[in-house]
Design a protein around this ligand. Structure first.
Ligand code: NAP
Length: 381
């Protein structure tokens, strides 16, 4: 069988009676099948993945391809949802073509990785069909359980490998900058983990452009492995960093970007427009900060904009979450938009967003700008 990219091979097969084009519309960059596929027996999972409209983007200048919509574990796994729901969400994501699952040592104190690791093991998904990440920074309260020292970076990697039950992490992020550790120490630790085969690509999250460039410079000078990607927040209300501050890095060092909170923790779904609906992440223990944020004057002004964005979505015959996600996908510098969901119906709705990107033409994008009035200004940094 030829190259099938990120499609999944499982033993079960099905007779493919539909004429499925194994071509660029479905998997950009892959060759078109040289024969009619309706005469071809496809493994069931390959067939369903080919039918999905998910597209794959390179992680910056690297060779790694990520699904443009990915799925993360923050708040939900090991905390808000039970294991059965976690299985359902991961399965829907995977069957929709998601190949990147995001996690961190800090999520639910490590429980999120334990839950995700069990699911991946039980599903027996081939290792070359998914990309898994962890992030290091907040591992505990004791002196060497936090930050980016060589000791914590290495120990957190080993612990994540155990929790996720994998032999290597595809992506390993420094969850935040550590002002108390020299960048050189962290770069060397990451580079060593890559040399040992425990990590494939390392990157940063919420680092300044200057610090990322510093890490890159050190790595180049000392023949170490430079960072490949950054993980910043990006959504309709949070644009400055991705659209302006980090912009030179995409071109200068080929930085990849996996972005977080595309729905601003649910605000951009419109469900907070008439007040807190209850039964969301704001009601969880430890998330009072988010509830207070949603009650702030700034959020109330944003809610007025969400109402107007709802009219744009309505005119396009899509939902607000789909509009917000499709808007993120319009940005070509983004490698993958990391989505989150606490319910199966949410992830089903969100995974359709990629189909609607073309609906956001210049006129629609301008209508959105007029509502938002927050386009980052060139020259400001
Ligand atoms: N690097 C970092 O510092 C960092 C920080 C944050 C997140 N992340 C990563 O990014 C991922 C996504 O972040 P996020 O969870 O904040 O993303 P988000 O898209 O902003 O929020 C997801 C939440 O919105 C609600 N939701 C999602 N789809 C919905 C829909 N269709 N209709 C109604 N409500 C919907 C759900 O919350 P309810 O349960 O409240 O309904 C869901 O859990 C995380 O899992 C994590 O992997 C990274």
């Amino acid at each position: 069988m030829g190259k099938i990219g990120p499609a999944r091979l499982e033993p079960a097969t099905c007779r493919c009676n539909e004429s499925v084009r194994w071509g660029t519309e479905l998997r950009p960059g892959l060759p078109t099948a040289p024969f009619p596929l309706h005469h071809f027996t496809l493994p069931a999972k390959v067939f369903s993945a080919l039918k999905s409209s998910m597209k794959y983007r390179h992680l910056g200048k690297s060779g790694l391809q990520l699904s443009e919509l990915s799925f993360g574990a923050w708040v939900t796994f090991g905390q808000q949802i039970d294991s059965k729901t976690a299985v359902e969400l991961m399965t829907i994501a995977y069957d929709s073509g998601v190949n990147f699952f995001d996690n961190a040592e800090a999520y639910a104190g490590g429980q999120a990785e334990i839950v995700m690791g069990k699911i991946i093991k039980n599903k027996n998904w081939p290792r070359d069909t998914f990309v898994i990440s962890s992030k290091v920074f907040w591992g505990g309260d004791l002196p060497n359980q936090e930050g980016l020292s060589r000791k914590h970076v290495v120990e957190a990697c080993h612990a994540a490998l155990r929790r996720l039950q994998v032999d290597y992490l595809d992506l390993y992020f420094c969850h935040r900058p550590d002002p108390d550790t020299p960048i050189e120490e962290t770069v060397r630790a990451m580079s060593d983990l890559i040399a040992q085969g425990k990590v494939l690509y390392w990157g940063t999250s919420e680092w300044s452009a200057e610090s990322i460039l510093e890490a890159y410079r050190i790595a180049r000078e000392q023949r170490l492995v430079p960072p490949t990607m950054e993980q910043p927040q990006y959504n309709l209300f949070h644009r400055e960093n991705v659209e302006h501050v980090l912009t030179p890095l995409y071109h200068e060092i080929g930085l990849g970007m996996t972005t977080w909170s595309p729905l601003a923790s649910g605000l951009l779904t419109g469900k907070y427009n008439a007040g807190d609906p209850g039964d969301t992440r704001t009601s969880l223990r430890g998330y009072g900060w988010l509830q207070r944020q949603f009650e702030s004057d700034e959020t109330q002004q944003q809610i007025a904009k969400v109402t107007q964005l709802g009219k744009v979505a309505h005119d396009l015959a899509i939902t607000l979450p789909q509009l917000a996600l499709a808007w993120c996908l319009k940005n070509p510098n983004i490698s993958s938009v990391i989505t989150g969901a606490s319910r199966p119906e949410q992830i089903r709705e969100n995974m359709k967003a990629a189909e609607f990107v073309d609906k956001l033409d210049d006129g629609v994008m301008q209508r959105i700008e007029t509502i938002l009035q927050n386009k980052p200004q060139a020259g400001r940094r």
